[in-house]
Design a protein around this ligand. Structure first.
Ligand code: AMP
Length: 421
């Protein structure tokens, strides 16, 4: 028999919110994490976005608040640390939706940098029961005495690997020093390199370990395709694919914010509705781009890896790796933006002569990392975009297209075009 949310003994107000969100059944991570978290145990979850991990920690946290009288001004009892402002907003929203019907109104505040601190200070005046924050801004606010962490009963680290990747180790250490020693810790990370493992070891006391890798399972729903194309022709190829396949919503990943801007401009010139999305845009702009993308007012979002994690955009049928990601893990995250919740997805990667070795490495690592992937993704070529730069050792699966080794002149020409891009 399948496990139900009711069987966890959740507050009726939380069950009602789950009903409103049409969550019929707990996801695997929710099934494994909610019962021990409700008992106050520490949890170490290996899980990615898409697994339902937010509700896996939000429900026990809200239940914890529902079972006590909240004092005024509100003391921060639950602290959620997240790496990015987008994730902060997304997580804050989930808390608000799930906590909406609780008889005592729960104060949930979302704090992140890149926006003026004053409104956040104002909002904190009456206190906050639950704070969802990025580490830097949280410490700024603590330093200004806008909030105290002295009463935190549950600490949640979401995307711990990303938190460390983004250089928040020192901030996290300081935050930990401000928390009461006796507290519950819920720790979620998609990957466990040694720094993450170390942090988990220092933080957690006899944690319940949970390992759920949904995107890996989902990989079956994602068709992966790699196209060999000369770098200077990638924008044209992208445009061709969008038009020919009538793609209505495409997330395109690039390596730099400059590339994100340039490619969006070029697509717009070709009358394709595109916007860049990267870390140096104003918060307002990023919110707007996401909202437009979600509401199907935008066809293409050209993003740096800022968007690769933590964003939940339902029904994203196509992801394009215009630039290849740095690592196999990033590749999994990027392609995990599509094919979510049982939908079919397509992940297309552009590979050039220069990046072919890197592509092979990504594939090798993926194979090594898990059972999941996918048979080797063959390199395709698209008619009209046959690479001129292909080295001789490449043989094409569709037979017959032979590359030639680029001459010095070819290379200079390609370089000039790519610099001009
Ligand atoms: P998360 O991994 O927390 O970002 O959640 C991924 C997506 O799954 C979000 O769109 C959630 O709204 C959705 N979700 C979470 N839990 C459930 C559930 N039990 N049933 C259906 N959808 C869910």
């Amino acid at each position: 028999m399948s496990i139900s949310f009711e069987s966890f003994g959740l507050h009726p107000a939380l069950l009602k919110a789950l009903q409103n969100k049409a969550y019929a059944q707990p996801t695997p991570i929710q099934q494994s994490a909610i019962p021990p978290a409700l008992l106050g145990r520490d949890v170490l979850g290996s899980a990615q976005t898409g697994s339902g991990k937010t509700a896996a920690y939000a429900l026990p946290a809200l239940q914890h608040l529902a079972t006590q009288t909240l004092l005024s001004p509100r003391r921060t009892l639950v602290l959620v640390l997240v790496p990015t402002r987008e994730l902060a907003m997304q997580v804050g929203e989930v808390f608000k939706q799930l906590g909406h019907h609780l008889p005592q109104a729960v104060q949930i505040t979302t704090l992140f940098g890149g926006v003026s601190i004053n409104p956040q200070m104002m909002r904190l005046r009456g206190g906050a029961d639950i704070v969802v924050a990025t580490p830097g801004r949280l410490l700024d606010l603590v330093d200004r005495n806008a909030l105290s962490l002295a009463h935190v009963e549950a600490l949640i680290l979401d995307e711990a690997d990303r938190l460390l990747d983004m250089g928040f180790a020192a901030e996290i250490e300081r935050i930990l020093s401000l928390l009461p020693a006796k507290r519950q810790n819920l720790f979620f990370s998609a990957t466990f390199p040694s720094a993450v493992q170390q942090l988990a070891n220092t933080l957690l006391a006899e944690p319940v370990r949970i390992n759920v890798q949904p995107e890996v399972e989902n990989a079956a729903d994602i068709t992966q395709r790699a196209i060999l194309v000369d770098s200077p022709n990638r924008t044209q190829l992208l445009r061709h694919l969008i038009e020919q396949n009538k793609w209505s919503r495409v997330l395109v990943f690039v390596a730099t914010k400059h590339a994100a801007e340039m490619i969006a401009v070029k697509l717009r010139k070709a009358r394709i509705n595109a916007e860049p999305f990267h870390g140096e845009q104003s918060q307002g702009k990023r919110v707007q781009v996401l909202a437009d993308f979600k509401a199907a007012r935008l066809t293409v979002v050209v993003a740096t890896d800022v968007a690769a994690r933590g964003l939940d955009i339902a029904q994203l049928p196509v992801v394009v790796n215009f630039d290849l990601p740095r690592s196999a893990v990033d590749y999994t995250h990027r392609i995990g933006r599509t094919g979510r919740a049982g939908e079919q997805g397509l992940a297309v990667s552009f590979v050039s002569t220069d990046t072919q070795a890197h592509w092979r490495l990504i594939q090798k690592r993926q194979d090594a990392n898990a059972q999941h992937v996918a048979p080797h993704v063959a390199l395709d070529v698209v008619a009209g975009f046959e690479p001129q730069e292909a080295p001789l050792e490449i043989s094409f699966s569709n037979g017959g297209i032979k590359g030639k080794r680029p001459s010095k002149k070819d290379k200079l020409r390609a370089q000039a075009v790519s610099n001009a891009e």
